[in-house]
Structure formats: structure tokens, C-alpha cells
Design a protein around this ligand. Structure first.
Ligand SMILES: [Zn+2]
Ligand SMILES: [Zn+2]
Length: 437
């Protein structure tokens, strides 16, 4: 079918022209509120964007929210009854950007949105109004027609990467995003003679009825993307425990850990490091074994050479396997990098104990996929000399082979959580504010 000329979708996005149009949601990260129904009793629930585990206040049943692909939301509308809603998609990205430059690893936290179907007739981003509004999950029951995205996430992320890297020293030898929350946000419209914005309930200027009909011609049913799972241990039937934003739930009865997978809950390997101190908070880290091309980095002895550590290689160090470490919890980008480097360089050598620790556990709210995304950045932070990083990083292939969730004990002090051996500290206040990153 043919679109009218101004609405024809370009094969390629014209980056420079549109870059100016991208609007971040504001200086602070926004955590949306989502209205939904309890999957057990249908009672109304209000979730924060980062909530995964919740208890229904009507039937007291607990549910665990698992996503397939990106979360999809719609804005609540004020359309008059009887109008069919037409939903226009926006990609929304919230997370940390990292770039390896000649001046070191640069980072920034950004919260951005952009049209998932290109048109110059509707706003290019969701804009600030999203702060004030409640969202709902898109479900098969959501009435209306949904326009499927035609701008790919890769295209949009390329544009966001450009925005992040435009002011940085060049060349940039590697770029990535971590801790990302990716979602599709659908803005509601309806046709009543003219195209109306259904949030503001007023006509959209600058678009004719014919153009609007053509724009939404491909709109149809949404895809399924969320699932609610019961919180019973698949292995022993005990109630699983976790915090509201936990991606990993624990069974205190049979000592197992579970995350959401394609076919329900999936068991994951975990352990904790012991520490003889009190009071302790166990912070989750992903420990990743990976194959590194073009570089010998298989053992602790290799690490001492690659990072040019000021210590003499001792006997047996060539028998200790090297592992990458990364925080499994959200924290500001500079702290994320600092922790990842200090634990990776420390290479905890005692064998972790394969059971849950006694004591308080911080929730896992960064999935293993994000730790895998961080591997090259991790290498870039400790490899010496710097010019070697710049020449090696574009070429090197780091392939994750296996992983384990390891709870690392930190001693709770007045302002900070401190690990006495790994020289790592986390500011408690900053950690509390990191929940909605
Ligand atoms: Zn309920
Ligand atoms: Zn169990």
C-alpha cells in the first residue's frame, strides 16, 4: 500500500536532523506507576515500574512478574466512550551508557524516548507529560488497535549512542548500555472527524483524516509480553522469598535460587563468600567465566600481567581460573564501574559456599545479560597500558561460557557498606536512591 508522501517511512533515519528533537524525560529518572489487576482475583493493583514480586492486598496471593522481550505500556486515556483507540508506539530506554575513549571509560545515565514508527505528524518523543500519568500494561484484553514498531530498537539505540558520544574524546573503541529498562510505550489516539490525542482529549494539529487513517493502517493486535508466575518453589513447593524488585527469588527451605525464564521459573547456580564480621549485608554479584580472544586471560597469573599489578606472580596463581565480576544490583554508573573493577582485580580466591548466606540479602535487580554486556568495559578498566586497550578492544571477542550468582558480604557501617579485603565501599544512601535507575 502507498502512504501519502510526508508519511512514507524512510528506510533510514536521518540522524542529525532528528537528534535535536530527542528529549530526555528530565534530569531525574522516572519510575512510572502501572495500574493492573491481580492475576488471581482481578483486584486492582498499582505497581512501580521496577516491581517484580507483589502481594495482592485483596486475596493476599503473591505473584512474580516475568517479561518476554520489552515491557509494553499504554497511557490511560480520556477518550469519549464508543471511540476505537489507536495506539502509536514509542521506544523508551532508561539505563547507563558506557564508552571506552582515549581518556578512559566515560559513562552517563539517560532516560530517553523516541518514535517507533517514523512520522513528522506526531511528537518524536513521549515527552514530559509522561511524568504525570499512570500507565497500564498492554494485555490481549486491551481494547484498541496497536501500530507495530517499524523503527527497530537497534536503529533507535544507535541514535541514543550518538547522542551520548557526541561530546566525548575520539576514537571511541567500544560502547555499550547496561541496566537498561527497554519498553514500548503506546500513546492513545482516536479518529472523530479528525485525529484526537486521547490523553488530552483534543485534536492533533497538522494531520488530516486521510493521513491519520494511512498512518494507522497497519495497526492490529498487540503481542503477549508479560506473565505472572506463582511464587512456589518448583523443587519443594515452599514459598519463595525476595524483595519487590527482585529478579531472583530464593527458597530458604531447599536452598535454591530461581529467575524467570521462557517456561516458568529457572534454577540458577549461586553461592556466597563467607566473612567473619558483623553486621553483614550480602550484595549480589555475577561471576562470569569467559573466553577472551587475542589475549591470554585464563588465570590469576594472566590477570597480574594484563593489569600490570604491582605484585610478583606466585606459585599456583596459574592454576586459579580468572573470572569477570559485575554487580547484580542497580547503582550509579561510576559506582558500578568502581565495584566491577575492584572485585575483578581482587579475584576472590576462597571457594564460595554453595548455599544461601544467613543475614540480610540485597535483591538482584540487574540480570545476568547486563553482566555479560559489561565484559569489554570491565577489561578496559584494568588493562594496561592504555594504548593497548585502544588497539585491542575493537578486535577482542569476549564470550561468556558460564556464570554464577555470588553473594559478597559487606560490613554495614554508619554511611557505607564496606568490604575490608576487596577495598570496595557502597554508599548506603546512594544505594537506596538507585532503586529506580
Ligand atoms: Zn488478588
Ligand atoms: Zn525449595
Amino acid at each position: 500500500m502507498l502512504f501519502p508522501a510526508p508519511l512514507r517511512l524512510c528506510a533510514r533515519i536521518c540522524f542529525p536532523a532528528l537528534l535535536r528533537e530527542i528529549r530526555p524525560f528530565g534530569r531525574v529518572a522516572i519510575n512510572f506507576l502501572i495500574e493492573h489487576q491481580c492475576p488471581q482475583c482481578g483486584g486492582p493493583i498499582v505497581l512501580e515500574e521496577t516491581d517484580r514480586l507483589f502481594t495482592c492486598e485483596f486475596c493476599r496471593v503473591r505473584s512474580f512478574l516475568v517479561q518476554r522481550g520489552s515491557f509494553q505500556y499504554v497511557f490511560a486515556d480520556k477518550a469519549p466512550g464508543g471511540q476505537e483507540l489507536l495506539f502509536f508506539p514509542y521506544w523508551r530506554f532508561k539505563g547507563m551508557f558506557f564508552a571506552c575513549t582515549p581518556a578512559g571509560v566515560k559513562h552517563k545515565f539517560m532516560d530517553l524516548s523516541y518514535q517507533a514508527v517514523e512520522t513528522n505528524r506526531l511528537p518524536v518523543s513521549v515527552g514530559l507529560r509522561s511524568q504525570a500519568l499512570k500507565l497500564r500494561f498492554v494485555t490481549p484484553k486491551t481494547e484498541g488497535r496497536f501500530l507495530p514498531p517499524s523503527v527497530s530498537l537497534t536503529q533507535v539505540m544507535e541514535m541514543f549512542d550518538q547522542r551520548f558520544s557526541s561530546g566525548l574524546p575520539k576514537p571511541i573503541v567500544h560502547q555499550t548500555h547496561i541496566g537498561e529498562s527497554l519498553s514500548l510505550i503506546y500513546a492513545p489516539f482516536y479518529l472523530d472527524g479528525k485525529l484526537h490525542d486521547a490523553v488530552l482529549n483534543r485534536p492533533v494539529p497538522g494531520i488530516s483524516k486521510d493521513e491519520a487513517e494511512a498512518l494507522f493502517v497497519d495497526a492490529g493486535k498487540p503481542r503477549k509480553h508479560i506473565q505472572f508466575l506463582p511464587t512456589l518453589c518448583p523443587s519443594c513447593g515452599w514459598d519463595l522469598t525476595g524483595k519487590r524488585d527482585s529478579l531472583v527469588l530464593q527458597c530458604r527451605n531447599c536452598d535454591t535460587a530461581w529467575q524467570g525464564g521462557k517456561s516458568g521459573l529457572q534454577q540458577i547456580p549461586f553461592a556466597h563468600l563467607p566473612l567473619d564480621a558483623e553486621p553483614l549485608v550480602f550484595m549480589p554479584f555475577w561471576r562470569v567465566r569467559a573466553e577472551v580472544s587475542d589475549l591470554a586471560l585464563d588465570t590469576y597469573a594472566d590477570l597480574v600481567k594484563v593489569a600490570n599489578l604491582p605484585r610478583a606472580v606466585q606459585q599456583g596463581w596459574d592454576k586459579i581460573g580468572f573470572r569477570f565480576w559485575a554487580p547484580a544490583f542497580k547503582v550509579r554508573p561510576q559506582t558500578f564501574i568502581r565495584l566491577l573493577t575492584s572485585i575483578t582485580l581482587a579475584q576472590p580466591k576462597e571457594e564460595p559456599e554453595k548455599r544461601l548466606p544467613k543475614g540480610s540479602i540485597h535483591p538482584v535487580n540487574l540480570p545476568i545479560t547486563e553482566a555479560i554486556e559489561s565484559l569489554k568495559i570491565n577489561l578496559a578498566t584494568f588493562m594496561k597500558p592504555r594504548r593497548r586497550v585502544l588497539s585491542l578492544l575493537p578486535e577482542v571477542d569476549i564470550r561468556a561460557k558460564s556464570f554464577m550468582l555470588v553473594y559478597v558480604p559487606f560490613v554495614e557501617k554508619h554511611h557505607d557498606l564496606v568490604h575490608p579485603v576487596f577495598q570496595a565501599a557502597i554508599n548506603k544512601n546512594q544505594l537506596r536512591l538507585s532503586n529506580n535507575l
